[in-house]
Write a protein that binds this ligand. Structure first.
Ligand code: AMP
Ligand code: GLY
Length: 424
């Protein structure tokens, strides 16, 4: 079979890398791909939002399955576009992807099906939002309603911070259209957890648990990013807790969407807060996480192609996921300045000398040029270390990181530490 992966980040490199291992897969293409996907796939210079060109390519090359990595093409209807033309594609329709694309859509779904989440109000009027925030007090959470690349959320510790955030989003237009509506949420206290699930409408197949590190600096300091590192599985989360999350959150969400006539097919990403009252939803996403995919996929033993095909055909109920009895840690190496402005085009070295054989380097923002590999994004590389426990996986990841160089590279040095502190 031939497959096409749409996207150009570390997540898409991980998806292409895993699909390339399937004995049933002949050729993997990646559109547009990056400097790393070249190693496992053939890059196709078609942007992820050019659906007509992608569909034409799929027809011309006889591609059997298209897999969509990022949220933007999903929300723009790539799955609807392909399905209307009879082309098999893995991912949710534009309507179903709204579970990620519109926070108020997600909140209404959760309200309808009694899925635990923070209390919230949504506003289009600045003065009303301001009045509500003043009445609620801090800490409080302000979110731009639309997509803002993981950066449209402000956890305000003080009322002044909350008012400043409202002003930036609703008056100064910092997030453009995404900020024309804001959601103001109750602050939830607890540890965060991600649970990804394959979903084909009714059936929910949970993957292993993951913890992301969204803040840019060690100790969860600094502004939020798309994610600076992950580890999986999370050792202090029991099977019973995962079961509870599936039963009280993921399955009701999937079944609720079926009931509402907008079945979700694809990866449902559930971002959770483990509060004293139990697990509550922080957000849903309609795709693999990045860099969650970079730790989950290397631990998946089952052939990914089989799972994706089963999901597309509504046959997930007959699939059982198998996992390696190992741990994975992914450390993101970012460009100087990220998540703010950053430079591109810095030479990357050290990739040909794998410091640890238990390391896989997933490229996020890289480009292959005549002069060699250069940086081409904020998050540049995700270095995944594997080991028989978290300590070994971490060692492998950081050994890999230390061998790699580019000007201004920065990374967090504490990925996975929270879990280790609990074990000691
Ligand atoms: P989101 O984009 O909704 O995932 O939010 C980004 C980050 O903000 C989350 O990963 C949390 O760390 C934090 N956050 C979001 N909502 C809340 C909340 N209601 N209470 C506490 N922290 C939150
Ligand atoms: N790492 C967070 C996300 O992919 O949304």
């Amino acid at each position: 079979m031939n497959v096409l992966v749409v996207g150009n980040g570390g997540r898409e490199h991980a998806i292409a890398w895993k699909l390339a291992q399937s004995p049933k897969v002949e050729r993997v293409y990646c559109a547009p791909g990056n400097g790393g996907t070249l190693e496992v796939a053939q890059n196709v210079p078609i942007p992820a939002d050019d659906f007509a060109a992608l569909a034409q390519f799929v027809k011309d090359e006889g591609i059997d399955l298209t897999v969509v990595g990022p949220e933007a093409p999903l929300l723009a209807g790539i799955v609807d576009f392909f399905t209307q033309r009879g082309l098999p594609i893995f991912g949710p329709t534009a309507m179903a992807a709204k579970i990620e694309g519109s926070k108020s859509f997600a909140k209404r779904l959760m309200q309808r099906y009694q899925i635990p989440t923070a209390a919230y109000e949504s506003f289009i009027d600045y003065q009303s939002a301001l009045a509500y925030v003043r009445q609620q007090g801090a800490p409080i959470v302000i979110k731009a309603d639309g997509l803002a690349a993981g950066k449209g959320v402000i956890v305000a510790r003080t009322l002044a911070e909350a008012e400043q955030a409202l002003f930036q989003i609703m008056q100064a237009g910092e997030f453009g259209q995404a900020g024309s509506r804001v959601v103001v949420e109750e602050y939830m206290e607890g540890e965060e957890l991600t649970l990804l699930s394959f979903v084909d409408g009714e059936t929910v197949l949970p993957m292993i648990t993951v913890q992301d590190h969204k803040a840019v600096f060690d100790g969860d300091k600094g502004p939020n990013t798309g994610g600076m590192g992950t580890y999986a599985p999370v050792p202090h989360v029991s099977d019973e807790l995962v079961q509870r999350i599936v039963e009280t959150i993921v399955r009701p969400a999937a079944q609720g969407m079926v009931q509402d006539g907008i079945p979700f097919r694809g990866i449902l990403y559930t971002g959770l807060m483990l509060t004293v009252e139990g697990p509550k939803v922080v957000e849903f996403n309609a795709r693999f996480g990045d860099p969650e995919a970079q730790v989950v996929l290397p631990l998946l033993e089952t052939d990914l192609l089989d799972v994706l095909l089963a999901a597309v055909n509504g046959e997930l109920a007959s699939v059982e996921l198998k996992w390696k009895q190992e741990n994975a840690v992914c450390v993101i190496m970012a460009s100087a300045g990220y998540p703010g402005d950053y430079r591109r085009g810095e030479a990357i070295s050290g990739l040909d000398h794998p410091a640890a054989k238990r390391t896989v380097v997933f490229h996020a923002g890289t480009k292959r040029t005549e002069e060699g590999l250069v940086t081409n994004g904020g998050r540049v590389l995700g270095v995944t270390g594997l080991g028989k426990n978290l300590v070994e996986a971490r060692e492998a990841a950081y050994k890999g990181v230390q061998a790699i160089h580019f000007a201004g590279a920065h990374y967090r040095t504490d990925i996975g530490e929270k879990a280790l502190r609990r074990q000691s």
